[in-house]
Design a protein around this ligand. Structure first.
Ligand SMILES: Cc1cc2nc3c(=O)[nH]c(=O)nc-3n(C[C@H](O)[C@H](O)[C@H](O)COP(=O)(O)OP(=O)(O)OC[C@H]3O[C@@H](n4cnc5c(N)ncnc54)[C@H](O)[C@@H]3O)c2cc1C
Length: 549
């Protein structure tokens, strides 16, 4: 149990995170039994505030959860009309025709949505069923009872900024106890990470792999806007420096989501993912689309890419990991929301059956069996070799090999078996001396923007009177180890400019953490080559405030 005395509240199920996974679980629990007590805790200032994905949504998850969603006022209106895939060079592009693509890559029947708004709507549905939802409540600690997870601590404030100890205005928060605790924190969840480590849940599975996704919302010239158009690109500007690609989705109100994903297993520590994204917008095809438009929002978030091979065991006594806390993204489709929803539904069904049978605090084995053996497993298994092929053989070979493998998997077999992922993304980082620095053009302020200007468009805010929520296990490592060996890559991989190495005249360099800028993407926790940075939850409702658009 926790050391500080706190008020306790008892629920049947405590859910951490109001993303598609957590909200689906909450809705399903109440559908199954209106008398179950269910609470959802969310660190964002409101539901949706931390939900980045401007997404193409496969409605299969929602169809299973709320079959009548089309008549329930869901903000899901824009059917995909056109699907384009381009290979970019520096000055031109080649369109890859749709016919050789395996059927699973087809976006027919999918919708372009703001997932932030979908989550806001799902929260309304959940509340209508009697779920209690508390935004602005970071869950900072797990509560244990013997060997089982019994609850979480949420809503602690007032720790001293310098010492981290309870200060004069300390509010201890409260303990929320549940027969079962669901961790639906999304990718690299801070409590999920502790559970995975404590119960050794990754044993026998590949390390999780990640990408960094950055996204801007643009309002563009109506003459160029084509509602329902989905475009993906690969190739330039990343070339051989890293895997990744872009997405451009035309949603309502003459807006486009323009996003860029960089796989975090890149070796060259001089790579600057944010600047790759900015440079991408200067490609003639993209620059022409955006000319005359304006950027209205920016954000960033890691995305899980390990898929089938990297899913850890997802249950331990009293606790279940849902959605991207496990890592359920289908990488070639860049889609995880449908699986997040299906996992929430499956976890709710397992918990409901257990509670009805008088159980509490044990492992929900039925949940894990459904994820691996049901629709989620089937979705992820078909594409399991795409990412390892890409990592090992590069873009072109992986397009051919991965495409072939997706086709044969659609027919029920694979020529490759199940390929393994290599090292963790942190361990993949090479030494600075072995790679050439990359010269990035300066942002022009029209199409491309410097990092801090863009961070202002994520509407990020943290109360400054708190200890930095980005903790260093050893404060000497950034300067003593990471700077000489890796040119301290935190300065570049962070898409919000949180980390700086400041070298004032005649003084030794200092490592500075501007935690106020943190957009909660979790890249530092993933990519630091020394695994020295630990992302923890800030006090209060800090973080981005992704707009309602
Ligand atoms: C750039 C990008 C583009 C993507 N595009 C698509 C797409 O087009 N289609 C698609 O289907 N998928 C897409 N995805 C993947 C999709 O976003 C994820 O699969 C999905 O968000 C997973 O849902 P989740 O509920 O597991 O987690 P999340 O959506 O991440 O939700 C987790 C929630 O938990 C909260 N939380 C976390 N920790 C705590 C804590 N300790 N205390 C309290 N609250 C907490 C967070 O604030 C957040 O609201 C994309 C991802 C990225 C990064």
């Amino acid at each position: 149990m926790s050391q500080i005395a706190r008020e306790k509240m008892e629920y049947d199920v405590v859910i951490v995170g109001a993303g598609p996974a957590g909200l689906s679980a909450a809705i399903r629990l109440k559908q199954l039994d209106a008398d179950l007590s269910v609470v959802v805790l969310e660190k964002g200032s409101e539901v949706g505030a931390h939900i980045l994905s401007g997404a193409v949504l496969d409605p299969v998850g929602l169809d299973a959860l709320l079959p009548d969603w089309r008549s329930m006022g869901a903000p899901i209106k824009t059917l995909v009309q056109e699907d384009n895939f381009y290979m970019l060079g520096p000055a031109g592009q080649i369109r890859i025709p749709n016919f050789p693509m395996p059927p699973l890559m087809n976006n027919h029947g999918n919708y372009i949505v703001s997932m932030a708004n979908v989550c806001r709507w799902m929260a309304g549905v959940a509340e209508g069923l009697g779920v209690e939802i508390f935004p602005g409540m970071s869950c900072s600690e797990l509560v244990f009872d013997g060997n089982r997870v019994a609850g979480v601590v949420a809503g602690e404030f007032g720790r001293d900024p310098a010492t981290g100890e309870p200060g004069p205005s300390h509010e201890p928060g409260m303990e929320l106890h549940g027969k079962y605790v669901f961790l639906s924190e999304g990718v690299r969840g801070s409590l999920s990470k502790q559970v995975i480590e404590k119960y050794d849940l990754s044993k026998g599975h590949c390390p999780q792999k990640y990408g960094l996704g950055m996204k801007e919302i643009w309002e563009i010239d109506p003459a160029k806007h084509k509602l329902g158009t989905v475009t993906h690109t690969m190739g330039w500007p990343l070339g051989k420096n890293a895997g990744g690609g872009s997405f451009i989705y035309h949603l309502e109100n003459n807006q486009v989501y323009i996003g860029f994903v960089v796989h975090l297993n890149y070796e060259n520590p001089h790579l600057y993912p944010y600047m790759e994204f900015q440079r991408f917008k200067h490609h003639p095809m993209v620059a022409e689309l955006l000319a005359g438009g304006k950027r209205v929002a920016y954000g960033a978030r890691a995305i899980s890419e390990g898929g089938w091979q990297s899913m850890p065991k997802m249950v331990a006594p009293g606790v279940a990991l849902l959605g991207c806390s496990v890592g359920m993204v289908n990488v070639p489709r860049i889609k995880g929301n449908h699986n997040a929803m299906l996992s929430g539904k499956a976890a709710a069904e397992a918990a409901h059956a257990a509670i009805k049978a008088g159980r509490a605090g044990d492992e929900l084995a039925a949940y894990e069996a459904e994820v691996r053996g049901g629709a989620i497993g089937a979705d992820l298994k078909k594409v399991r070799n795409v990412k390892p092929l890409w990592s090992k053989y590069g873009l072109v070979a992986s397009l051919m090999g991965g495409g072939l493998d997706m086709w044969t998997n659609t027919l029920g077999f694979s020529l490759f078996g199940t390929l393994k992922h290599g090292k963790s993304d942190a361990a993949a980082t090479g030494l600075a001396k072995d790679f050439a620095p990359i010269d990035y053009p300066k942002p022009d302020g029209t199409l491309s923007f410097d990092r801090l200007t863009n961070v202002a468009y994520s509407f990020t805010n943290h109360d400054e009177a708190q200890p930095a929520h980005l903790k260093l296990k050893d404060p000497s490592i950034p300067i003593a180890v990471n700077l000489p060996k890796y040119a301290e890559p935190a300065q570049r991989y962070c898409p919000a400019g949180v980390y700086e190495v400041v070298a004032e005249d005649g003084k030794a360099p200092r490592f500075v953490i501007n935690f106020q800028n943190c957009v909660h993407c979790k890249t530092c926790d993933i990519k630091d080559p020394s695994q020295n940075i630990v992302w923890t939850t800030p006090q209060g409702a800090g973080g981005p405030n992704y707009p309602n658009m």
